[in-house]
Design a protein around this ligand. Structure first.
Ligand SMILES: [Zn+2]
Length: 290
């Protein structure tokens, strides 16, 4: 079993699909970049599993973003996942006493947005829901019910170094929750956290649904990847404008910008800045005007 992978399966006769995801290296990589309180490391892991599960249901070439924002002790959670199954994520917080894991309380008056950004910008869309359920999994189930009218169940489990997620969903086009859906859901509810973290995919599906015909697809690898680049930081500096950039360099000697996701540092000295505003001058007038 690959350590970071997603696997889709299908109940051929029931109009129900499902997925199993497990993340180890990518989760470890994300945690290595910041020193998160354990509750937030766990929430970030859940979000990474959730986004991988969501990403696998969408046919697109592009990027899927899960963002939770609020005014509570935790103010921002972002996880991005693209059609190459590359993932990155961060969580920002203001207070260290985060004992209450209810998502609504962590984020205060917050909301969750799911955005699909395909390479062809025409079919971009965003769904937003309030944080009405106590768990992230519950909020995503609520999102599917409200935005997509799809009965969906999610289980998200995190231990010290592994994240696992399991999802069941009625196929699009099915409006009523069928008896089969209820039965399959009840069986899935008997799955323990430990089983989800440790059983391999075949054993897990056999343990839950050995009376049903299931088509299990090939496992697909997921990896951590940060899409930051020097060019992106340059565009941001061009957006700030020459005067602002010059004044920071005068004050601090150079400009250091660290990527929030991967901690990579991008440094610009006065020569870099001069070159940037000479080469990048064309077409930027509209961005720099106030
Ligand atoms: Zn980065």
């Amino acid at each position: 079993m690959a350590s970071d992978s997603i696997r889709r399966f299908l109940f051929e006769k029931l109009g129900i699909r499902g997925e199993i995801v497990r993340l180890k290296h990518s989760y470890k990589t994300v945690l290595e970049r910041h020193s998160y309180p354990p509750e937030l490391a766990q929430l970030l892991g859940q979000a990474m599993a959730a986004v991988s599960l969501l990403g696998a249901t969408i046919k697109y070439q592009g990027k899927l973003t899960l963002q939770v924002q609020g005014s509570g002790p935790v103010n921002l959670l972002i996880v991005e996942y693209d059609s190459q199954r590359q993932i990155r994520g961060i969580i920002n917080w203001k207070e260290d006493s985060l004992l209450d894991m209810e998502i609504g309380k962590l984020f205060g008056d917050g909301h969750m947005a799911i955005t699909v950004n395909p390479h062809d910008k025409a079919s971009q869309y965003q769904g937003i829901v309030e944080l009405v359920e106590p768990s992230l999994a519950g909020c995503i189930e609520h999102y599917f019910k409200q935005s997509e009218q799809l009965a969906t169940c999610l289980w998200l489990v995190v231990d010290a170094n592994c994240v696992a997620g399991f999802m069941l969903q009625q196929m699009p086009g099915t409006t009523e929750e069928s008896d089969d859906w209820q039965r399959v859901k009840l069986l899935a509810e008997t799955l323990s956290d430990d089983e989800l973290l440790t059983l391999d995919d075949e054993a897990l599906l056999h343990r839950l649904f050995h009376d049903d015909d299931i088509l299990l697809f090939e496992s697909e690898a997921i990896r951590f990847h940060c899409s930051c680049s020097r060019e992106r930081i340059e565009r941001m500096l061009l957006g700030l404008g020459k005067d602002e950039v010059d004044s920071i360099i005068q004050e601090q000697g150079n400009i250091d910008v660290a990527c929030e996701y991967c901690n990579k540092n991008y440094s610009f000295d006065s020569v870099d800045a001069m070159q940037l505003f000479t080469d990048g001058d064309v077409g930027l007038h509209s961005d720099t005007r106030h």
